[in-house]
Write a protein that binds this ligand. Structure first.
Ligand code: G3P
Ligand code: CA
Length: 316
């Protein structure tokens, strides 16, 4: 009798473990149940993007992940900045007035203070907070390592290889730089730190292919898709192709609003869906940002989203 009871307990335990395991491998390769909140450049509706203040606020507002757009300095350091140039979010014009120049970047001429023309030491002299509001004066541009130090154990990280082809043409292997930093932190493998999940993202299919197919990266990968590339990539056939080098798609939100059936196609292909970017300063159709996010999460059934307003994310 006892051995039969033990046998039943073993079977029940096995089934319970299997359910947990399957849950962990769900469409978002999730580390937790439910929809995922990604703080876009931090809590960037309320604090300077990619600043310590913005990342800290995003965590306080319940972000599951905090996003890092990555650029490469002249001396090969990864820094958290959205733009290829420094002038929009720092006081570089004041400190280095003669260092602007015009370069061809991503097929067009770009004039400005290029990140790749400045060493990390020079970038660290800049004020990255005043552009947003005087109260944030003194915020510094963060390195990727500093971002990890700030976020680790409190939320996930969501680094993006920005313009990897540009940095490749300058002699930098951006994907290797990113993975080396993650490896030094013991975060380069899926599930390495359950408190700090890592999701990598890029607009560059080649960057993602390199990581998944050549470097054998097993962290989840998100392929970002612009409005311009919608018809190139978001067909049933192309979604199956995306699945060979990524685990999810990150479409501009207007794509999903126009064709919500893409979410079902992506899920059928085994891809998660994480649209961008939900922000209170650009209301759509008279809706609050919370209502807009609710519609995407619970009517269109996306798995996660990028928002500048983590405090407005509707958990249900
Ligand atoms: O990475 C998701 C979203 O941030 C894409 O847009 O231009 O803000 O990097 P962008
Ligand atoms: Ca981004």
């Amino acid at each position: 009798m006892t051995s039969r009871l033990n046998g039943i307990l073993v079977v029940v335990s096995f089934v319970a473990l299997a359910v947990v395991a399957v849950g962990a491998q769900g469409p978002y390769k999730g580390y937790k149940a439910g929809k995922a909140l990604i703080a876009h450049r931090g809590a960037s509706a309320y604090a300077p993007e990619h600043s310590a203040a913005g990342y800290t606020l995003a965590i306080a507002q319940g972000a599951d992940y905090v996003e890092q757009d990555l650029q490469v300095t002249k001396d090969g350091q990864l820094v958290c900045l959205h733009d290829l140039t420094l002038e929009r979010t720092t006081n570089v014009k004041d400190l280095f007035p003669n260092r602007s120049r015009t370069l061809t970047r991503e097929g067009r001429e770009l004039t400005g203070w290029h990140v790749s023309d400045f060493t990390l030491a020079e970038i660290k002299t800049l004020d990255g907070g005043s552009y947003f509001a005087p109260t944030f004066k003194g915020e510094k541009v963060l390195t990727f390592q500093e971002a990890i130090d700030l976020i680790r154990g409190k939320a996930g990280i969501y680094p993006e290889t920005k313009a990897p082809e540009v940095y490749g043409s300058l002699g930098f292997d951006m994907e290797k730089l990113v993975m080396d930093v993650l490896a030094r932190n013991g975060l380069d493998k899926y599930g390495a730190d359950p408190k700090t999940p890592v999701f990598l993202q890029s607009f560059s299919a080649d960057s993602l292919k390199k990581m998944r197919l050549k470097m054998k990266v097993n962290l989840p990968l998100l392929f970002l898709v612009t409005d311009r590339d919608r018809d190139v990539w978001l067909t049933k056939e192309k979604l199956a192709e995306i699945k060979t080098f990524a685990d999810g798609i990150g479409p501009a939100k207007g794509i999903i609003a126009g064709r919500p059936e893409i979410v079902g196609w992506a899920h059928a292909a085994g891809l998660s869906v994480t649209p961008y970017t939900f922000q209170s300063d650009r209301p759509v159709g008279g809706m609050s940002v919370a209502d807009e996010m609710r519609q995407f999460l619970y009517t269109f059934n996306v798995d996660a989203l990028f928002t500048n307003n983590p405090d407005q994310f509707p958990r249900k």
